[in-house]
Design a protein around this ligand. Sequence first.
Ligand SMILES: Nc1ncnc2c1ncn2[C@@H]1O[C@H](COP(=O)(O)OP(=O)(O)OP(=O)(O)O)[C@@H](O)[C@H]1O
Ligand SMILES: [Mg+2]
Length: 390
Amino acid sequence: MGAEVVVEGLTKSFGKQAIWRDVTLTLPPGEVSAMLGPSGTGKSVFLKSMIGLLKPDRGRCVINGVDIVTCSEHKLYEIRKLFGVLFQDGALFGSMNLYDNVAFPLREHTKKSETEIRRIVQEKLEMTGLAGADKKLPGEISGGMRKRAGLARALVLDPQIILVDEPDSGLDPVRTAYISQLLIDLNTQIDATILIVSHNINLARTVPDNLGMLFRKELVMFGPREVLLTSDEPVVEQFLNGRKRGPIGMSEEKDTATMAREEAEAAAGHHDGSPDEDVRGVIPQMQPSPGLPERSGERRRKDRVMRILHTLPPAAQEGIIESLSPEDQQRYGVHPHMLVKSTPRPTPSPGPVPSQHQGQLPADQVAQFPGQQRPGQHRMRPADPGQGQG
Ligand SMILES: Nc1ncnc2c1ncn2[C@@H]1O[C@H](COP(=O)(O)OP(=O)(O)OP(=O)(O)O)[C@@H](O)[C@H]1O
Ligand SMILES: [Mg+2]
C-alpha cells in the first residue's frame, strides 16, 4: 500500500511574502486526493515542499516516520525514491530524447539492466500514449505530450506516492479524461497514494477520494470529496462554478467594496458571462477500467469515511450515504435522509478551519461500524426535523 503523508502546521514564505500557513492534512495511504486553489495560492510550492525541494519555515511533513522538513540530506534522498513527481512544466531534460528522459530515474536510482529498463520505459510510454515518440526531443513535441512524458517518467520507479501538478494543463478534454482514468487505474494497480494539483473542475468532481482547497494563504478545507463538493463556502462555490462573482479576483483576492459592487450589478440584472449552472453536489466517482480488480483505496476509504461520518456537515453525510450501494447502506446501518449526529455548518471563511475538514480523524468519535462496538459509541439516529438540508 502507498505511504501515508502527514502534514502538520506547515508554513512557507519567500522573504516577506507569506505563501500559506499552518497547513495540516493527512493524505490517507493508497487514496487519491486533489488540491484545488486559484492560481498563485501556492499549490506548486506545497507540492515541492512535500518532497523537500523547498524548505518550509515551520511544521512537519512525515512520511514513513521521517520528517522531511528536518531530516538529513541522506534520509531525504532515500525518502524521495518513494515519490513519483510530475512537475507543472514537465521538467524534462531538453537535450535528452523522451526515452532517455523516462529512463533517467531508473539509471540514476536502480541497477537494472538496459534490457529491463527498455521494457519498463516502453510500458510507461505506451501507458501515456507516447509509443513511437521515444526518439523525439522535448522541444519537438506538443505541450500535452511533454506533460504525458513527465507522467511516464514519474511512474518508472513504481512510486508509493505520486504527486502530479496539473496533469491536465495543455491537454484537450479527451486526453484529460484518459489521464484521469490512468490515474485511477494506477491507483488500482499499485495502490499508491496520489495527490493531484489541478484547476480542472471535472477532474476534481470525478477523480479524487479527498479534496482540499488553498485560498488566502490557508487551507480552506481538506477531507472526503463530498465535503467540498457540497460546501456552501463562497470561495468553493465560486471556484467549482467558475464564476467571476465571489471572493476570488484576478489577483487572487477581491476587496469587499468590489464584491459589494458586483452583487449590486448582478441584482440590477447585469449578466457577467459566468455560467448559471451550479455544479456543486456529489456525482459518481470514476471507476477503474473494466477488467481491473476493485480499487482497494476505495474500499478502505469507505470504511474510513463511515467512521468519521457524524463529524461531517449534513450535506456531505447525505452525499456519502446516497453514494453507497443498498448493500453497503445495510452493512453500515445507514439510509438516505438520515443524519448520524447533528453537526453545525462550517463557519464561513475567513475563520478557523474546522478540524474535520482537514482530514483529521478524531479517535474518540467513531460512528457505528460493522463488527465494532466501543464504549461511548455514537449511535446513528434519524435527523432532527428541519436539519440536513443545505
Ligand atoms: N522559488 C520561488 N521563489 C520565490 N517565490 C516563489 C518561488 N516559487 C513560487 N514563488 C511564489 O509563490 C507563490 C505561489 O506560487 P505557486 O507556483 O505555488 O502557485 P500555484 O498555486 O501553483 O499557481 P498556478 O495555479 O498558477 O500554478 C507565487 O506568488 C510565486 O511567485
Ligand atoms: Mg502551480
